[in-house]
Design a protein around this ligand. Structure first.
Ligand SMILES: NC(=O)c1ccc[n+]([C@@H]2O[C@H](COP(=O)([O-])OP(=O)(O)OC[C@H]3O[C@@H](n4cnc5c(N)ncnc54)[C@H](OP(=O)(O)O)[C@@H]3O)[C@@H](O)[C@H]2O)c1
Length: 365
């Protein structure tokens, strides 16, 4: 399963489909092909790997089908073999056919699964395999399996995109000076880090206030300034128009203007477009609206050793008048980025049961 998790990581973090890995192992059931290989170092039997696969994104083969194809390419007989897969095989026909059927048709005798599929449209693969007489085991290394699924898992569980709120502020929590200038508070190292996250999400949102003040392009760029291959949707929230000459009309992801003040409506619009991970980049009023609605799953706070003393704060009024009502967050990771610090934290109302995207948590069961 550790190998399957590593294979899953090769898939793209963005897109509507999950990152999944699969390894097909020889002989695990009566009548299976003879076992090969040497015993493992910890009392485990080392079984020959017949095939490996991972999912490369929507519209391409699922990991199980890719692993079966790999085994076929190696001339391996997979009848009675074990498929070790990080996510429950799907049982529905979407852009590709059901993996449960592909495994049954290949004669797989045993399926070991890390994470049950939270997707109501696709779940049922384990039950179908069991009722066809396949030995099915679930829950192996489930924390690692969930961690590699990133934003996809909580997005499917919650029925809406996973929301990361990015703040980039001075030491005294400000995102712009009194005259409105804000470029740049954080260092180029911190900004390059933020661009890597942009390249992994499905959509980036800002309010119209930020569009009018900063004229951002909201693209994901490499260190040398080129656009990365994947460009997230560019989402503007608010009633005012985006000026016709705005950079948002230039090269980059599709521009989606959601004329609302309701964060839940924004998420519904994006969920309908199969967005799993939304990065909210401010400004202060949009950040406050998502926090007030309880729709922030994770905060990425870049803090620079800069003092401004006046100017807009990173988050506008949350309606909090006393310290007992403060929004408290659970810190998950602290990263040093040149002179700056990135704090990854989770609002206590949204503490998940395991690791989240952007964190280094990979505890083993
Ligand atoms: N350092 C940073 O990381 C950073 C990041 C972003 C922005 N900024 C700075 O933030 C400043 C802009 O601040 P801002 O607060 O005006 O930006 P904003 O939050 O991007 O935009 C505010 C506008 O969003 C719309 N809106 C959407 N949902 C809303 C809601 N629920 N409640 C209220 N308004 C909502 C409203 O516009 P409509 O009237 O059009 O409906 C509102 O005027 C700029 O100076 C910019 O440089 C800094």
């Amino acid at each position: 399963m550790r190998r399957a998790v590593d294979l899953a990581r090769r898939g793209p973090a963005h897109g509507p489909n999950p990152r999944v890995g699969c390894v097909i192992l020889a002989g695990d059931t009566p009548g299976a092909p003879a076992e090969q290989g040497a015993p493992g170092g910890r009392g485990e039997t080392q079984r020959a790997v017949l095939g490996e696969g991972w999912h490369r994104g929507a519209g391409t083969s699922h990991a199980e089908v890719a692993a079966l194809a790999d085994a076929r390419g190696r001339g391996a007989d997979v009848r009675g073999a074990t498929a070790v897969v990080t996510l429950e095989p799907c049982d529905h026909t979407g852009r590709t056919g059901p993996c449960s059927i592909a495994l049954l048709e290949a004669g797989i005798g045993r399926v070991v699964i890390s994470v049950p599929d939270p997707n109501v449209a696709a779940t049922g693969g384990a039950d179908r395999l069991r009722s066809a007489g396949v030995d099915v085991v679930e829950g192996l290394l489930e924390e690692q399996g969930i961690e590699v699924l990133g934003a996809w898992f909580p997005a499917l569980e919650r029925g809406r995109p996973f929301v990361t709120l990015k703040l980039a502020s001075s030491l005294d929590g400000r995102v712009a000076a009194a005259d409105g200038t804000s470029r740049w508070i954080t260092s180029d190292v911190a900004r390059a880090h933020a661009h890597r996250l942009r390249a992994e999400v499905d959509a980036i949102a800002v309010g119209t206030g930020t569009v009018l003040a900063d004229d951002p392009s909201l693209t994901a760029r490499t260190a040398s300034g080129e656009l990365t291959e994947h460009q997230p949707l560019r989402v503007v929230v608010g009633l005012r128009d985006v000026p016709s000459g705005a950079r948002l009309h230039g090269p980059g992801g599709e521009l989606v203007h959601v004329r609302t003040h309701d964060p839940a409506e924004v998420l519904a619009v994006l969920a309908a477009r199969e967005v799993r991970h939304l990065l909210v980049e401010g400004g202060p009023r949009l950040a406050a609206a998502f926090l007030r609605a309880g729709l922030v799953d994770e905060v990425h706070a870049y803090v620079a050793p800069v003092l401004l003393g006046s100017g807009l704060t990173a988050v506008a009024d949350l309606g909090i008048t006393t310290i007992a009502d403060a929004v408290r967050l659970v810190p998950r990771e602290v990263v040093h980025l040149g002179p700056d610090i990135l704090l990854v934290a989770t609002p206590t109302t949204n503490v998940p049961r395991t690791g989240l995207p952007g964190t280094a948590e990979t505890k083993e069961k």
